[in-house]
Design a protein around this ligand. Structure first.
Ligand code: ATP
Ligand code: MG
Length: 421
């Protein structure tokens, strides 16, 4: 038997319902916020991710799926969504459109060669948003609020927004120097990855999952103390808007995010749930004002985030949110003889075109078997066809909750069902 590749899973049955529910709530909320859908390729030129996500990030240094195609091109399965969106923004000259800023949302599979565990897969699904072309703190607050409200709409309310500011280039550089000075005496004791990060991108050490409890990390200088006046003002403005928007946030100077391209605001939305262990972050993002230029476009201020659908599926199950997901059929139509079946086939078509979710038997079940199947499908109404009634032009409808039975004139059956569902 051929089995699925390690770190992947099939989404079907109950999982599929959660998966679609999560994506549809997100698309609905994104629409209220006036974001437009974008779909970019699942593979891109490898250089795109090396230049954007960054060589020193975990994602590019050890998690990408790289391959050569038959034309000897170097391609990479996308590990995240922002790089592709930015590439598309530049290539399609969206910066020249009249309608600014460009506000986009996406959803789809991403690929990371990680060690699989709960909430951590090699094929994962993310949805996310990007605002390109606005430097306003209002947009920082807007994207955070969009993430927060989406989760709230799904019934997840034990969420905290952990937020920090990396500041502008000057602030970031000042902090980098202070951090290097602080870490130098300890560097021999940190993990091999951190030793590499120390040389390439020391800020990344703050994101290390191995060394997070080491005294060197517990006593790092506070990034917020190194923000210059402008950066500090900007950050305060974002926090002020979050307060107006009633968003629970916690300033956390240890948030740096796993990607290289951020500046100013960075944030994570964290769920308070044991089942997720080290995978409790459900969304993360920030401002990336240098990335568009870095990839060859005009200087463009941007902010965005991505959220992991797989982790949200685990959370919704944990919280027993299955009631939010409509999965019952409205009507089950029961027929045994061929005459009854013909009526059933016709009726079910009319019901479906009246936007009623319905089902009939296709396994030659007995009447008793069909009653059982109707229960499995949690049918609200049962239409019980029988030849004797049909000859008189009548159809029996049974309410499967109250168990009440009514005989309805065949010509009025559609209206009756529509008004009783
Ligand atoms: P982590 O610190 O947990 O590795 P990350 O910083 O790599 O997360 P991002 O790149 O910001 O995560 O991705 C955004 C979201 O995507 C995460 O908050 C998480 O919900 C989800 N995610 C990331 N990696 C995985 C994975 N391997 N499997 C499932 N979901 C993931
Ligand atoms: Mg990661």
């Amino acid at each position: 038997m051929i089995t699925k590749p390690k770190g992947t899973y099939d989404i079907y049955g109950e999982d599929a319902k959660y998966y679609n529910y999560i994506n549809s709530v997100f698309a609905t909320v994104a629409n209220y916020y006036n974001y437009n859908f974008i779909r970019t390729p699942i593979f891109e030129d490898s250089t795109l991710f090396h230049r954007s996500v960054g060589e020193s990030s975990d994602i590019v240094s050890k998690e990408t799926y790289d391959f050569k195609d038959r034309g000897d091109r170097d391609l990479t399965l996308r590990p995240e969504g922002t790089a592709g969106v930015v590439r598309a923004y530049i290539e399609n000259k969206m910066y020249g459109e009249a309608n600014q800023p460009i506000k986009l949302y996406y959803s789809g599979p991403m690929y990371r060669y990680e060690r699989p565990q709960a909430g951590r897969y090699r094929e994962l699904t993310q949805f996310g948003v990007e605002v390109l072309g606005s430097d306003s703190p209002i947009m920082d607050a807007e994207v955070i609020s969009l993430a927060y409200r989406t989760l709230e709409e799904m019934g997840i309310d034990n969420i905290t927004v952990k937020i920090n500011s990396l500041g502008d280039n000057e602030s970031r550089e000042n902090y980098r120097e202070a951090l290097i000075k602080h870490l130098e005496p300890y560097i021999g004791e940190l993990c091999p990855d951190c030793q590499k990060r120390f040389k390439n991108n020391p800020l990344r050490i703050l994101d290390c999952k191995v060394d997070k409890d080491h005294v060197a990390l517990k006593t790092v200088p506070n990034m917020l103390d190194y923000l210059n006046e402008d950066s500090k003002k900007r950050f305060d403005k974002v926090l002020e808007y979050l307060r107006y928007l009633d968003i629970d946030y916690e300033v956390d100077a240890s948030i740096v995010r796993g990607l290289d391209y951020y500046n100013h605001t960075v944030f994570e939305l964290v769920a308070d749930l044991e089942a997720l262990g080290s995978a409790s972050t459900v969304a993360g993002g920030g401002r990336y004002n240098a990335l568009v230029e870095e990839l060859g476009g005009p200087a463009t201020a941007c902010v965005g985030w991505a959220s992991g659908v797989d982790r949200l599926m685990i959370i919704l199950k944990e919280l027993n949110k299955d009631k939010e997901i409509q999965d019952n059929v409205d009507v089950y139509v029961m027929a045994v003889s061929e005459e009854e079946r013909i009526t059933a086939v016709k009726l079910i078509q009319d019901l479906r075109w009246s936007e009623i979710k319905c089902e009939l038997d296709s396994l030659d079940r007995s009447l008793k078997g069909q009653f059982k199947q109707a229960d499995r499908l949690k049918a609200r109404l049962l239409v019980i066809l029988n030849d004797e009634d049909l000859q008189k032009g009548l159809i029996t409808v049974k309410d499967n909750v109250t168990k009440e039975e009514t005989k309805v004139d065949e010509s009025e059956i559609l209206d009756y069902i529509v008004s009783n569902i």
